[in-house]
Design a binder for this molecule. Structure first.
Ligand SMILES: [Zn+2]
Length: 436
């Protein structure tokens, strides 16, 4: 076969050659906004560097003149910056603090800002939070804070950073708790107009449990026909009844057997082994934060009214939430909300307790009531999901991550606060955790 058999056929009519130049894709409207936002970050980094340089220069000059008291020099610098930028001296002071921190103590964060990888707001939060960490832990926290800032929206970043700091500072929690618990007491104070105040200073787990149980009673009582008291009033009455008589009047049948319920999350091996406990995440109580391991062991060994959530020490995966708690729908709701902790909309902070449980595949379309198909959304995000061109799906096998695909085709993944292994749920019977 002759070589020229592979050449393209010569066209009958001449057409000019297509120029071999790169034509950049036309940026869409979202990209144009992002571009401006990136520039803002780049300029913010520049501003920090220049403010710090300005301060350095002025401090050096003052030292050269023997101007003395540094505090006065700092004040003067603040006023100079505030006047030039037409902001308050307080705002100028904040800028100086931020600039100093980013330039001298958190250079990796400054570099990230200068590269447009985090927003000025992220940088501000980072400095504010990391500055408050025990000095010995600061370097470690700062490095991980930069990673988080580059990956998470501001709200989630703030929460993730807070829980990271709590976790790292947890080893001293036991000691601090043991000292504080010695001061538990009940105090009575006289109020006005014949009223009084009963203050109970006790471990937060118990205090929340008391309040939770009284509220559950009050809600059941408030739902009765003819009940006119407010929830606040009933709650106060219930607590008085229970403490004075050991029982409360007019408890409707639905309220019988209401027990306090607190969700305790504990790495499972930490319960058994002290050495493992040191490396595992600290036990956490929902709405309270880390608690000492000794308390967690007590709670997990004791009363059935604690909802015990045991997690694997390495993967953090949930091993058990207590068999009786898996029964759908109530327990499933609880688990779904516990897993997400808040609305699964991008960057949303609404607590899961104030969210609606959504069926990703709608019930009428055959969607199951299952952990794989349910996620909590606030009203706003629920509306957006159901009524706009956003496509929202739970990522299969992810343990609860939700993907939001924007009408423009952008993809955002919202991670749940906690991981749950894949569960097989049967509607009539209990849900079983799949072995792994
Ligand atoms: Zn939301």
């Amino acid at each position: 076969m002759p070589d020229d058999a592979f050449l393209p056929p010569v066209p009958d009519t001449f057409s000019p050659p297509v120029p071999d130049v790169f034509i950049p894709p036309v940026p869409d409207a979202v990209e144009l906004v992002l571009e401006a936002a990136t520039m803002e970050a780049v300029f913010a980094a520049q501003r920090h560097v220049r403010i710090d340089a300005m301060r350095g220069e002025m401090l050096a000059e003052a030292a050269g003149r023997g101007a003395g008291v540094t505090d006065l020099v700092e004040r003067s610098i603040r006023l100079e910056l505030a006047s030039a930028m037409r902001v308050t001296e307080y705002a100028a002071g904040q800028m100086i603090v931020q600039a100093e921190a980013l330039v001298h103590r958190y250079p990796a964060a400054l570099e990230s800002l200068a590269g447009g990888r985090m927003t000025p707001k992220h940088a501000e939060v980072l400095v504010e939070k990391v500055d408050r960490v025990e000095p010995a832990l600061r370097e470690e926290v700062a490095a991980r804070a930069v990673e988080l800032a580059e990956a998470e929206p501001v709200g989630s970043f703030q929460r993730a950073l807070r829980s990271l700091i709590q976790t790292l500072e947890a080893p001293t929690l036991e000691e601090r708790y043991q000292a504080a618990v010695q001061n538990r007491r009940v105090v009575v104070e006289s109020g006005e107009d014949g009223m009084g105040v009963l203050l109970t200073y006790a471990p937060e787990v118990e205090v929340r449990a008391i309040f939770g149980r009284a509220t559950a009673f009050a809600k059941a009582i408030a739902a009765q026909e003819g009940e006119t008291r407010t929830l606040d009033q009933i709650r106060a009455d219930v607590i008085c009844d229970l403490l004075i008589d050991g029982t409360t009047d007019a408890v409707p049948t639905e309220a019988r057997g209401i027990r306090a319920s607190v969700v305790v999350t504990v790495p499972v091996l930490a319960l058994l082994d002290d050495e493992l406990a040191e490396t595992a995440d600290p036990p956490v109580v929902e709405g309270i934060g880390p608690i000492p391991l000794s308390r967690a062991r007590e709670l997990c060994g004791g009363d059935a009214s604690w909802m015990r959530v045991l997690t694997h020490p390495e993967t953090g995966m949930v091993l058990s939430v207590g068999r009786e708690q898996y029964r759908p729908p109530a327990a499933l709701r609880k688990l779904t909300k516990w897993r997400a902790d808040r609305c699964m909309g991008p960057g949303c902070w609404m607590p899961a307790s104030r969210c609606e449980i959504d069926h990703q595949i709608r019930w009428v379309d055959g969607g199951e009531t299952s952990l794989e198909n349910n996620a909590p959304f606030c009203k706003n995000h629920h509306l957006i999901k159901d009524n706009t061109d956003w496509v929202v799906t739970q990522i299969e096998g992810s343990g609860g991550a939700v993907e939001w695909r924007s009408p423009r085709g952008r993809r955002y993944v919202v991670q749940p606060e906690r991981r749950v292994p894949v569960f097989t749920v049967s509607v009539e019977k209990n849900a079983e955790a799949a072995p792994f």
